[in-house]
Design a protein around this ligand. Structure first.
Ligand SMILES: *Cc1c(COP(=O)(O)O)cnc(C)c1O
Length: 349
C-alpha cells in the first residue's frame, strides 16, 4: 500500500484527489549494531534508498503530484540537485503528464541524471548552481502555468511527515535523537512536524532532539549566513540559501537540537564505514549525519546509550562515480583455479 492509501486520514486528501501510487514509503528501519557500538548508542538507519526512485523525495512527491493533478495541472516543473528530478519524473511518467527538470550543469550524480532521462522528463542543464535553477524554475512555472513541485510546494513537506510517523510505528516510540542531512532544509522541518503531530495524537510520548548536519562547504544554517558558492561532494545538499531555513531553525531550537557541519573527507569516511560495517550503501549526503555523530562522539558530546535514528536519505547507487573514486579496482585473475587461488590466498589468510 502506498502512502496516500496508508495515511489517508492524516493527509489532505479529498474525494477528487487521484490515487497516485508507486508503493512509496514503508522503508526499512535498519538496526546498525556494529556502527552503533563505535558510537556507544543504539543506532538505526531509516533507509530511504528503498523508495521507488531511490530517495525520500518520493514521500512528498506522491502527494504534490496528486494535488497538482487534482487542481488540473497539465505539466510539472522542478529545479533539483538530482533526487527531486528523479522523483518528479517518475510520478509524472506514471501519471502521464510532461515534466520539466532544471539541473545545475555538471553537478548532478550520474544515477539521478540517468533516472530523469529514462523516465522521460525534459531535462535542462542550467549554467549556475541549484539556487539559481530554483529561481528560474519559479519564474518559468508562472510563465508556462506548470505546477511547481519543489519543496516550496507545501504538499511536499506534508507528505514527508510520513517518515517520522513510520519511525514511531517501527520503534513503538520516538527516538532520543533524530539525525538528518540538511540541504534546502525541508526534510528536517517535515520530520519535526511529523513527530509533533504523533505526540499530539498520543502515538508517541516524546519528541526527539533534531540534529541537522550540513557539509562544511554548504553550511548556511551553521554559519548563519547564506553561502554564495556552495561546494561539496555531497551534491544533494549543495545548497547555499535553504528555502525552509526558518522552519528548520524552529525545529532545531524547539527540540533542543543543533546544526553541525562536517567536511567532505568526514562524509566519505562515514559512507565507507556505513557500507563496510553496516551493510548499507547510502549516497554521500545521507552520510553527513553519521560523520557528525562520529565527531560529536570524539568531542565527548554524544550521550551514551541513547536511541538514535539517522535518515539515510538516498541510495548509494545514485552516485557510482563518487563511490568508485574511493575504492580500489577488482583484483584480476585468469580462468584457472590455480590462478584464482594465488589471488584469494592473501585475502583469506
Ligand atoms: C534532497 C536531499 C537531501 C536534503 O534534503 P532537504 O529537505 O533539501 O534538506 C539530503 N539527502 C538526499 C539524498 C536528498 O536527495
Amino acid at each position: 500500500m502506498g502512502l496516500l492509501a496508508r495515511y489517508a486520514r492524516l493527509l489532505p486528501l479529498t474525494a477528487a484527489t487521484p490515487a497516485v501510487n508507486l508503493e512509496e514509503g514503508n522503508t526499512p528501519l535498519i538496526p546498525l549494531p556494529r556502527v552503533g557500538e563505535r558510537l556507544g548508542v543504539e543506532l538505526w538507519g531509516k533507509f530511504e534508498g528503498c523508495n521507488p526512485s531511490g530517495s525520500f523525495k518520493d514521500r512528498g512527491m506522491v502527494l504534490a503530484v496528486a494535488k497538482a493533478l487534482e487542481e488540473g495541472a497539465r505539466a510539472l516543473i522542478c529545479a533539483s540537485t538530482g533526487n527531486t528530478s528523479a522523483s518528479a519524473a517518475a510520478y509524472a511518467a506514471a501519471a502521464g503528464v510532461p515534466c520539466f527538470v532544471l539541473l545545475p550543469a555538471g553537478k548532478v550524480a550520474l544515477g539521478k541524471l540517468a533516472q530523469a532521462l529514462m523516465y522521460g522528463a525534459a531535462v535542462v542543464a542550467v549554467k549556475g548552481n541549484f539556487d539559481k535553477a530554483l529561481e528560474l524554475a519559479r519564474q518559468a512555472a508562472e510563465t508556462l502555468g506548470c505546477a511547481m513541485v519543489n519543496s516550496v510546494n507545501p504538499y511536499r513537506l506534508w507528505g514527508q511527515r510520513t517518515g517520522a510517523w513510520e519511525i514511531c510505528e517501527s520503534l513503538g516510540e520516538a527516538p532520543d535523537w533524530h539525525a538528518i542531512p540538511v540541504g534546502n532544509a525541508g526534510n528536517i522541518s517535515a520530520y519535526w512536524a511529523g513527530y509533533r503531530e504523533y505526540l499530539q495524537l498520543g502515538r508517541a510520548s516524546k519528541t526527539p532532539r533534531m540534529m541537522g548536519f550540513q557539509a562544511a562547504g554548504a553550511a548556511p544554517l551553521v554559519t548563519n549566513e547564506p553561502c554564495p558558492s556552495p561546494e561539496t561532494v555531497a551534491t544533494a545538499i549543495r545548497i547555499g540559501n535553504p528555502v525552509s531555513a526558518r522552519l528548520a531553525r524552529a525545529a532545531v531550537s524547539e527540540s533542543g537540537g543543533e546544526f553541525n557541519s562536517v567536511t567532505d573527507e568526514e562524509i566519505l569516511a562515514a559512507q565507507r564505514l556505513l557500507a563496510a560495517k553496516g551493510g548499507v550503501f547510502a549516497e554521500p549526503a545521507s552520510c553527513a549525519p553519521l560523520a557528525g555523530l562520529l565527531k560529536l562522539k570524539e568531542a565527548g558530546r554524544l550521550p551514551q546509550g541513547i536511541k538514535v535514528v539517522m535518515v539515510l536519505t538516498g541510495s548509494g547507487l545514485k552516485d557510482p562515480d563518487t563511490a568508485m573514486s574511493q575504492v580500489g579496482r577488482p583484483v584480476e585473475a585468469g580462468d584457472s583455479l590455480e590462478s584464482l587461488l594465488t589471488v584469494l590466498k592473501p585475502v583469506s589468510q
